[in-house]
Design a protein around this ligand. Structure first.
Ligand code: EPU
Length: 338
């Protein structure tokens, strides 16, 4: 089934709670309905994008094109071997419902990604990640519909160019395909991933932690650090953690011995937490106009009430410029700016 809306407010459809309108929004519950719809209502040259939970988008103006919004939420086990269980989830399923369903079926692999806002269909786009895990670790393949040829394609995870908060869906396939479903590969065998310090501490007293223990620990850590968009508009991390040359990181470490840093897959590149840089530059907890830097995690920009996209952008630009001036490091938004 398809439902069309025209000149619709997006305020309740983006987690920043920014007021903007879409010329057209089309909700669809399965691939066939979307294909039939696009066949009879070609989008032509109009800008066409997909919106899931709206958790990673900052609207800076009204959206003049067609927004496609998946609402199908099915979760189904599609196969099982001694080592792996495959699950198919439709794009509109809220991510945390997916994680709960996995735990409910005793399936390991998604528990560190508990309580991340958003939908299953959005997860591969920016390869969501937290506490030492990322969606790419459990994505077997992604089902897509090409907006122009209306062909369905299943893209294997190994062909999705997954990287840190990155994928082929932010690259060459951006604006060309709609993700309609995702196939995951999970396991019935316990495989706790407790490498992240705070998670190891939270679960230390539990001996062999269960799936539920880990999920609950992640839920506690997240709610202590991250604002709930229902009460304070935000889009999670606004910035990516920058990758810098090893020599740059070492020079900074001499000036700031307390600066945290992480090794990456490349020996020459070091990841530095943008939250630390922003806090050190003095922005944590500040407010400009109606936009703020969250008091418990400086990586997150918040809508203190009635902020426009321009207010948030102005704050982001001031933060970027100040981090550049103080540390010589370029930080960039993780959030999509529309
Ligand atoms: N830090 C500060 N000040 C701050 C924030 C962080 O000094 O205001 C320091 C912390 O003390 C710590 C380091 O920076 O030493 C890293 O902080 P944290 O563990 O909170 O993680 P992060 O790097 O700030 C990333 C993800 C989060 C994810 C957490 C946990 C990105 C852009 N963000 O944040 O993802 O939940 O790790 O794994 O990679 C999101 O993408 O929306 C998101 C919340």
């Amino acid at each position: 089934m398809v439902q069309e809306f025209f000149n619709i407010s997006l305020r309740d459809r983006n987690s920043f709670g920014i007021e903007a309108r879409a010329a057209q929004l089309v909700e669809f519950d399965d691939t066939e309905s979307l294909r039939d719809y696009l066949n009879t209502h070609p989008t032509g040259n109009r800008r066409t994008e997909v919106i899931g939970g709206g958790n990673n988008i900052l609207f800076t103006r009204d959206f003049d094109g067609v927004l496609l919004h998946p609402v199908g939420r099915a979760f189904r086990i599609t196969g099982e071997t001694a080592d792996a269980v495959t699950v198919h989830a439709e794009a509109g399923l809220p991510w945390d419902d997916f994680v709960r369903s996995c735990a409910g079926h005793g399936l390991w692999g998604a528990e560190n990604l508990t309580a991340i806002p958003g939908t299953v269909g959005a997860a591969p786009v920016q390869n969501i990640g937290a506490y030492g895990a990322e969606a790419a670790d459990i994505i077997e393949s992604v089902e897509t519909l090409d907006l122009h040829t209306l062909k369905q394609t299943v893209i294997a995870g190994c062909h999705c160019s997954f990287g840190y908060r990155d994928s082929i869906f932010k690259g060459v396939l951006k604006g060309r395909v709609v993700i309609t479903g995702v196939n995951f590969r999970l396991s019935r065998h316990p495989r706790p991933n407790l490498g992240y310090g705070a998670l190891a501490q939270e679960t230390a007293a539990l001996g062999d932690p269960t799936l539920e223990h880990i999920s609950e620990a992640v839920r506690r850590i997240r709610s202590s650090k991250l604002p709930d968009p229902a009460t304070l508009g935000n889009a999670g991390s606004f910035f990516k953690n920058p990758l810098v040359a090893r020599a740059t990181a070492e020079a900074l470490q001499r000036d700031y011995p307390d600066m945290p840093s992480y090794a990456t897959d490349s020996p020459d590149l070091i990841k530095i937490p943008a939250g630390w840089l922003i806090e050190k530059a003095g922005w944590k907890g500040t407010t400009r106009n109606r936009a703020g830097v969250y008091e418990h995690q400086a990586l997150i920009l918040v809508n203190r009430g009635g902020a426009t996209g321009a207010d948030i952008i102005a704050l982001a630009e001031a933060v970027i410029a100040d981090v550049r001036a103080k540390f010589g490091i370029e930080i960039s938004p993780e959030v999509n700016i529309w």
